[in-house]
Design a binder for this molecule. Structure first.
Ligand code: HEC
Length: 139
């Protein structure tokens, strides 16, 4: 069969369209968190004090800093390799979340954000991270 220039053009156009769709999907804003309402009022069982904040800081350095950055600005070295934002913990909008809601996000994860129920199996460890994250609010 002779190669037909019109057919070739049609195939290349098709590939171009398919390619632009795949990049459009990548650039999509991530799905909403859908945090169950009860987490708004779940009480943080770990008191805020120097000890729990230090524990949270250690866990954050080990498990979170690579993506979220030392100050939680979303600028860790791994962040550049992701196609979604790692958020910014210093903002009023983020800090307006309840402790329980942040605890849910850390526990369950979503998309590129891992779930930490297995890697930080102690609930109180994840609550201590919440206490540390509060210290990252913009002053
Ligand atoms: C592999 C990179 C990566 C690691 C490691 C990681 N995160 Fe995330 N995190 C993300 C990404 C990406 C998002 C945004 C997810 C989305 O919206 O789909 C996110 C979102 C969040 C959010 C919600 C932010 C908001 O604006 O609502 C919190 C809270 C959070 N991460 C805390 C943590 C904590 C605490 C750790 C460590 C225990 C951690 N993350 C480890 C990538 C990471």
């Amino acid at each position: 069969m002779k190669s037909n220039p019109i057919r070739l053009i049609a195939i290349s156009a098709g590939m171009l369209i398919a390619f632009s769709f795949s990049t459009a999907v990548k650039a999509q804003t991530p799905a909403a968190w859908n945090i169950p309402a009860k987490f708004k009022t779940t009480k943080n069982p770990v008191a805020v004090n120097a000890g729990s904040v230090a524990d949270g800081k250690d866990l954050f350095a080990k498990h979170c800093k690579s993506c979220h950055g030392a100050k939680g600005l979303g600028d860790g070295p791994k962040a550049a390799t992701l196609d979604v934002s790692c958020s910014d913990f210093s903002t009023k909008k983020f800090q307006a979340l309840a402790d329980g809601e942040i605890f849910f996000q850390i526990s369950e994860g979503k998309g590129k954000m891992p779930s930490f129920k297995k890697n930080i199996p102690d609930d109180n460890g994840r609550w201590a991270i919440v206490n540390y994250i509060r210290t990252l609010a913009a002053k």
